[in-house]
Write a protein that binds this ligand. Structure first.
Ligand SMILES: [Mn+2]
Length: 356
């Protein structure tokens, strides 16, 4: 229907008013949404802050309450989209001052302070190489270096007194030098934010003759002295934390994935079929009643043995006269590497570190 000029103008005016009104309404709702987003953001920040404070408060309360030492580690925050992972290695059973000849071991092994120094360097280099391989798919900023004992051979057997290349005090000095060189290497080349060092004393480092002590063991161990010296050495380096327990176990809480570290001489094994597994599973069952752990790391048995809930470490010293004499199965000198996916709370790697 044809419209007059005046009518058309009136309709145009009406359309413009409606359009203005619509755009004002949109501008208003946009403004409201922006304001809400800002408010939510502020709210989220406040909640994050409160959560952080409460977590710290909880940690402090737990630390006071817990009879068994547990070290709480908050992993460094992720900076990339890769899986945040904590990598670690077990160093144990280096027996730095002990000697092995090829003649004692059917030609399989030779060990002296010189070989020991070379293998110690390889341990750190190859641990870092495994970290780099993992970094293909994971972000690794925290490294757990487990020092699980028997770095020194000591004078605990008559045989050792007669064959060791060093006295126990010389061994402590030598082991300290090797560990500092390795830790410095990890700090310089590893691109880690933090290095966590849980320590466990072995049975070889005891200062007393006869059987190992229990309650008085840490205060009478060359190795606890060695670990305390390491802690002193790195006291000004914010990246390094050394944990020395007062008992046979140290527990690390890696964002609710619990690591249990121990030397491994507290469970018995007399060469039964199935190897370490059966006595170990029984021991794990007992330890679980004290404190639950997701992964148990131990040394002492000179046998690299990764299991579903544990990793037994090999030895740096390798096959020796005693192993040959009692007829232990040969294994190369090796240590262990592991990786833990922080968000999944799962172990993603357990691998040998060959040090020969
Ligand atoms: Mn041992």
């Amino acid at each position: 229907m044809p419209r007059s000029k005046r009518e058309r103008a009136a309709i145009d005016r009406l359309d413009r008013v409606e359009a203005d009104e619509r755009s004002t309404r949109h501008a208003l709702s946009l403004h409201r949404a922006q304001r809400t987003a800002d408010e939510w953001r502020r709210h989220a920040l406040a909640l994050e802050k409160a959560l952080d404070l409460e977590t710290r408060r909880c940690d402090a309360l737990l630390a006071i309450k817990e009879p068994i030492e547990i070290v709480s580690i908050r992993p460094s925050k992720s900076r990339t989209r890769k899986n945040l992972t904590i990598a670690g290695a077990i160093a144990s059973d280096w027996h730095v001052g002990e000697t092995v000849t090829r003649g004692q071991t059917a030609g399989r092994n030779e060990y002296s302070p010189k070989t020991c120094e070379e293998r110690a360097a390889r341990f750190f280099e190859r641990a870092l190489r495994l970290v780099e391989i993992q970094r293909g798919g994971a972000e690794i900023r925290d490294f757990v270096l487990c020092l699980l004992g028997d770095f020194i051979g000591g004078y605990i057997h008559e045989d050792l007194k007669l064959t060791n290349a060093m006295s126990p005090t010389e061994e402590v000095r030598f082991a300290k030098r090797l560990l500092i060189a390795g830790i410095d290497f990890l700090l310089q080349r590893g691109k880690f934010s933090r290095l966590h060092i849980p320590c466990s004393y072995g049975n070889h480092g005891r200062t007393n003759p006869g059987k190992p002590l229990v309650g008085a063991a840490p205060r009478n161990s060359y190795e606890v002295m060695l670990y305390a010296d390491l802690a002193d050495h790195y006291r000004h380096d914010q990246r390094v934390s050394v944990y020395i327990p007062e008992g046979a176990f140290v527990y690390l809480d890696l964002s609710r994935y619990i690591l249990r570290c121990t030397h491994g001489d507290t469970f018995r094994y007399q060469g039964g079929i199935g190897g370490l597994t059966i006595p170990l599973v029984k021991a794990l069952h007992r330890w679980e009643t004290q404190r639950r752990a997701d992964l148990t790391l131990f040394g002492h048995w000179h046998t690299y043995s990764p299991g579903p809930r544990w990793i037994g470490n090999g030895s740096l010293k390798g096959f020796d006269a005693w192993a040959s004499f009692i007829g232990v199965e040969y294994e190369p000198p090796q240590q262990a590497f592991f990786a833990i996916d922080v968000e999944r709370r799962r172990r993603t790697a357990a691998e040998p570190i060959f040090v020969e």
